[in-house]
Ligand binder design. Sequence first.
Ligand SMILES: [Zn+2]
Ligand SMILES: [Zn+2]
Length: 499
Amino acid sequence: MPYRMWNARFLCSQPGCEGQRLNSCGLYRTVRRVIDRVDDYYMGTEYLECGKCHKKSPAWNQAILKHLGPAQRIEFPAVLSYKLALDRSIVRELRDRTLGNSPTMLQRKLQEHHYTNYLEKTIRYQCALGKFAAQFVSRPVSAAKALPPYRPVPTARWLLDVYVYDVNSRLDVLKAKVMSTFGTILKMGSYKHVVKKLAGEAAVTAAWSINVGNEHGQVLMSMLTASEASEGLWNMADGLMKRFESAGMPEPKLLYVNQDCCGKSHTEARNLFRKWKYLVVRLDIWHFMRRLASCVSSESHPLCATFLRKLSAAIFQWDEGDVKRLQEAKAKEIQSRGLRLPVELTSKELNTHCRRKTRGAAETEALIDELLTIYKGDAGSESLGVPLFNAHKLEEMWEQQRSHCACIQNPSGISLYKIASSLVWSAVLFYQHLGRPDDGEEEEEEEAVPEVFEEEELEVEEAVDHTIPPPPAASDDDDDYASSSTIIRSSPTQLMEAP
Ligand SMILES: [Zn+2]
Ligand SMILES: [Zn+2]
């Protein structure tokens, strides 16, 4: 009751009533049922009337609520739909749309809570009624008022509708948030999975969703297009360049793309972002590898995983300095335990503590050439003679992709890693690094990609998540390990896709 309780000033929104104040004319006769966590509650309001046009409206109308200040506005407890209302605390639960947190799941939980609460109330009522029956035997118990029936929680679809109302009310804030996102290293990719979710009239109106993300995993821009090389890309690029310019932000240094990295296409990335003179464009290595992997005859071929591992090794190498430091720390660790063992680094330790860099265009091209020659021959067939590759397709693909070996090299002078945390292990300082920008999820293309390839990528992602190396196997040295370890964690940063 903002008018009576806070003496809030509301103005009539009708044409011809500019500046006309609304006055209270009693209580609104309808109450709203609000769905809360374990039970419903009812919400009433006051009725307001314009002194000039005499139009009346309840105080929970959006046109009236927007006159309130932010502090008073957040006191409003629910999001109203046409008939019902949902408590804001439940709407907030829908904001985190992660796996498992769906409207259906929320509806089931609410249903469970509400039904349990109804049963408990019924038990309390029946117990109280039993006591009365015992005391006043002259009055028959059957004359007691019947319990109201259980009212089910509305459907998951309704919860989703209310969530959309909530998003709609925060649209300006959300837009401002997206428009205030910038970055130094960007990644532009086209995806299909969002488009597949379009339903109703919007279905089949778009073929691609094109996203631009930054090194923090935030999305700068997202658009739906009918084709990957759509004219709309120009508008998107112009909008992005204008955003950076009007905010006075420094231009991005590096852009990863999944197509049009070089060549003569009119939507080539360098042409799209023509105002950013010093922007370096690189092809996403993941896509480069996927193109070659698409020539595999079968995902389940026993040599497929080995080939992909070797392909990755033809492109990347470990940073010598990082590897040397890791070897030094591990050697000290072994010595401190009085053991004489050779220093062997596990892939988990390498992934956790060492950075990777590209080998250079010429070396990568030669190594891939060599690798493909080997796998096209007898070495590329399994025991029954089934070849790993569709040789003709592979030759064509490699001829097309050969020129992109230069496009996948790490640019000089731009660091692709940033320090997320540091760790002293056996008196050697390590940094936990985060890798290249990731704009969310990897896309799926028409061409199937072998499953093993995806598994390999996943392994790398998991490994990056480890901040602390595993403690030494001998548990009696735990104290020494703890005393020699100083862990300084930086603010949480989003997990990036490792190269
Ligand atoms: Zn009026
Ligand atoms: Zn290229």
